[in-house]
Ligand binder design. Sequence first.
Ligand code: ADP
Ligand code: MG
Ligand code: ZN
Length: 213
Amino acid sequence: MNPRDPALDGELDTPRSARPVPTQAHSPGGRIEVVCGSMFSGKTEELIRRVKRALYGRQKVQAFKPRIDDRYDATRIVSHGSIAIEAVPVATSESLLRRVEDGTQVIAIDEAQFFDRGIVEVCDELANQGRRVILAGLDQDYLGRPFPPMPDLMAIAEEVTKVRAVCTVCGGSASHSQRIIQQASTVLVGGSECYEARCRGCFRPRDVRPGEA
Ligand code: ADP
Ligand code: MG
Ligand code: ZN
């Protein structure tokens, strides 16, 4: 892109200071943490570990998951290693925001990649209110493409942790989710019957066309 393109001038010339700023001061202490990686990389385990530590610290915690993900349990977040915490399933980011109670200090959100784009603003708002927001989610889809809205969440987060699985082919450090069944949709909720953790070298993205088997 040519930065001097006159069509973009207005946009590029708007100084940050000229953009609308929030009228209310943000409460201190709020932050966004993102835990991301491939399938089986321990995202949910890490989310649960952070939640348990917050509970030990007598903090008020609320956990949420997208309603789409009912692989294991409708009202719990469950890891592949079978550790679990209670969670409220919500269909949209708006519904999540509505359910956050006064006094909640920590908000944990699993499978963040399955939320609508509004989750970015919702997390920002919750952190601005002084709350700690911890999200876990896939950074890439089954073709290795950034999985929205994770890139935006990673951009606004104070802290991003990338976790790694073990490559099922070579035993190396896995960053990709290999779909092992033929299905073309980006969203295919499943476990080891549908996906394998693979390193970059062993990952074979396959763009399957609908109807192909
Ligand atoms: P994620 O939320 O990232 O999908 P989980 O936290 O649910 O991962 O599960 C991580 C657990 O999955 C590990 O502790 C381990 O017991 C199990 N597991 C299964 N396959 C693998 C693998 N290929 N690499 C690492 N862990 C695996
Ligand atoms: Mg998980
Ligand atoms: Zn490998």
